[in-house]
Ligand binder design. Structure first.
Ligand code: IMP
Ligand code: MG
Length: 182
């Protein structure tokens, strides 16, 4: 039973659904009259992105990027590698980057600078989760579903060693499952 690997459930499927609908509504209102390019950061953002875009009722286009992660450890090297680049050009576009979680802020900071250098008209960020207590780079998501404590979380796209991404809720992984190195 996967759920028994969780210490606690932070947000249930229903709580996430309600909040994602609200955030989708806010994004639709903020971008009314625009035609933004929504960029999902793989792999973690795939669950949030697929829920979020179904609550955005203005025209959008969707593309994906994949960045290197630092595996099971959460220690950031500060370096971000692009594993899969965009298919669509960003020049002149309003861009909305969709992330699973903003932790140290390293990934987001790198992506925002990259997209602006490539000529995006604007770059904003929607994150399912925000862990502000871990921030190294001073950056914050423009839209966020939930602020979360400094715990190692899994579910709703978040993984430990590529597992648990498909859990419909988000929760704290039991320390004995990942060795407590957070
Ligand atoms: P950042 O560059 O430090 O902000 O890290 C972002 C990435 O670290 C996220 O996209 C996640 O893949 C990963 N990450 C950060 N915190 C967690 C967590 O609690 N559980 C699972 N992955 C996490
Ligand atoms: Mg990730």
């Amino acid at each position: 039973m996967l759920l028994s690997d969780l210490e606690t459930v932070l947000y249930t499927k229903e709580q996430i659904e309600t909040r994602v609908r609200e955030v989708g509504g806010a994004i639709s209102r903020a971008y009314a009259g625009s035609h933004p390019l929504v960029i999902g950061v793989l792999k973690g953002a795939f669950v949030f992105l697929s829920d979020l875009v179904r609550h955005i009722d203005i025209p959008i286009e969707i593309d994906f990027m994949a960045t290197s992660s630092y595996g099971a450890s959460t220690k950031s090297s500060g370096a971000v590698r692009i594993l899969k680049d965009l298919d669509l050009p960003v020049e002149g576009r309003d861009v909305l980057v969709v992330e699973d979680i903003v932790d140290t802020g390293t990934t987001l900071n790198y992506l925002r600078d990259l997209l602006l250098r490539r000529g995006a008209k604007s770059v904003k960020v929607a994150a399912a989760f925000d862990k502000p207590s871990r921030r190294v780079v001073p950056i914050a998501p423009d839209y966020c579903c939930f602020e979360v404590p400094n715990e190692f979380l899994v579910g709703y796209g978040l993984d430990y060693a590529e597992k648990y991404r498909h859990l419909p809720c988000v929760g704290v992984l039991k320390a004995e499952v990942y060795g407590g190195d957070h």
